[in-house]
Design a protein around this ligand. Sequence first.
Ligand SMILES: Cc1cc2nc3c(=O)[nH]c(=O)nc-3n(C[C@H](O)[C@H](O)[C@H](O)COP(=O)(O)O)c2cc1C
Length: 190
Amino acid sequence: MNDVIKTIMSRQSVGRLVDPAPSPTELQMILKAAANAPDHGVLRPFHFIVFKDEEKMRFQKVLLEALERRARAKGSTLTEGQIKKESTKFERAPMVIAVATKINLRSKIPEVEQILSTAAAVENLLLAAKSLGYDSMWRTGEATYDDFVKTAIGLEATDHIVAWVYLGTNPRSTSESRDPSLIDLVTFWR
Ligand SMILES: Cc1cc2nc3c(=O)[nH]c(=O)nc-3n(C[C@H](O)[C@H](O)[C@H](O)COP(=O)(O)O)c2cc1C
């Protein structure tokens, strides 16, 4: 197995990540790897919003306000548990990166392909981080599709958040190689 395959086979979602997060130089490398994703029409539709340090903690207030607005719109009230969960989400990793597609509405490249290209950028990001010794988790959830949240991170309602990538170090430091089954996944057409 070469190093690239080893990195791919050892990537796994890790729900709780701790310091250290990638250094500024490593982050630059990781984001460049992400931006090297295949991209039909070379539209560069992807955009990366990095949350770290104080700003990461502060953004949780935006997530909570968005949740309160969604609840109000539905006429429901939030439980203590829901409030706590939403306002501590970003504590699950020392760094979070929102990866978004800034949709080019004038392009003839279909919107779905612009989103797919961004998903490819997300996977590049996860793998580049893994290759540098960091673990990750791709998360979405209701806030992903909330216009209030999109506006707070500088997106238009027509744009899409594709992932909240949680990044950091796995406290359990396992790097086992996986061996996914291909049963029912592959056919050779004849
Ligand atoms: C588009 C997308 C959205 C995801 N959203 C969530 C999420 O909101 N919460 C979560 O726990 N995992 C989320 N995941 C991670 C998957 O649950 C995870 O990749 C899956 O369980 C397989 O585990 P692995 O990443 O270790 O292979 C998401 C993955 C993708 C591709």
